[in-house]
Design a protein around this ligand. Structure first.
Ligand code: 2AM
Length: 172
């Protein structure tokens, strides 16, 4: 099973992010755009895992005791990719977010999970393999509360990726 850990957003935030995705879509010639249900903030990508690793990921998540906090999403940008760029909404620097991710990362390592070695760059993906006239820009800020993080199962469905929440850890 393919797993990742992400924070999910409330309805209002999803609505605002969907509008940003639509604005990007309207400026684009082609691309694969993220469905409303799939918009999320990844904290850690775990990749292919066994049931035992899945259980250990839950144990690791349960060890993280942090307070909830707010983030502000303030810009649209992209990662250059050979097969077409990945466009996202970026987050104002947040020590609380970096500290949550750092603490989760350490617990996952201690519980024997294979984790990403690349530096964590928080973003909410809007579209992949996007060909667009859009440019990186500021957006009207979107503030959201990060009150939990979830273990997510990622499966390929007939109409694209399907993400299912397997476990949720609430912040204090
Ligand atoms: P992305 O949105 O920038 O592609 C589920 O696939 C989530 O895990 C996505 O948000 C994805 O980020 C993230 N992810 C992080 N590292 C990944 C990797 N090596 N392969 C696939 N997804 C990855």
């Amino acid at each position: 099973m393919r797993l990742f850990i992400a924070s999910l957003f409330d309805e209002n935030t999803i609505e605002r992010l969907s509008k940003e995705r639509d604005a990007l879509h309207n400026l684009s010639v082609s691309g694969s755009f993220v469905s409303r249900d799939n918009l999320h903030l990844t904290l850690e990508f775990l990749g292919e895992c066994t049931q035992e690793e899945c259980d250990e990921a839950v144990n690791a998540m349960d060890m993280v005791e942090r307070k909830r906090f707010h983030i502000t999403m303030d810009r649209r940008g992209f990662f250059s990719r050979p097969d077409g760029n990945t466009w996202w909404i970026g987050i104002e620097e947040s020590s609380a977010l970096m500290s949550l991710q750092g603490s989760l990362h350490r617990e996952l390592v201690e519980h024997g999970l294979r984790v990403e070695k690349r530096r964590y760059k928080p973003h909410i993906t809007l579209g992949r393999r996007v060909v667009t006239e859009s440019a990186a820009c500021r957006i009207s800020p979107i503030t959201a509360c990060i009150s939990s993080f979830s273990l997510m199962l990622s499966e390929r469905g007939t109409h694209g990726m399907v993400y299912t929440e397997l476990f949720r850890k609430n912040l204090l």
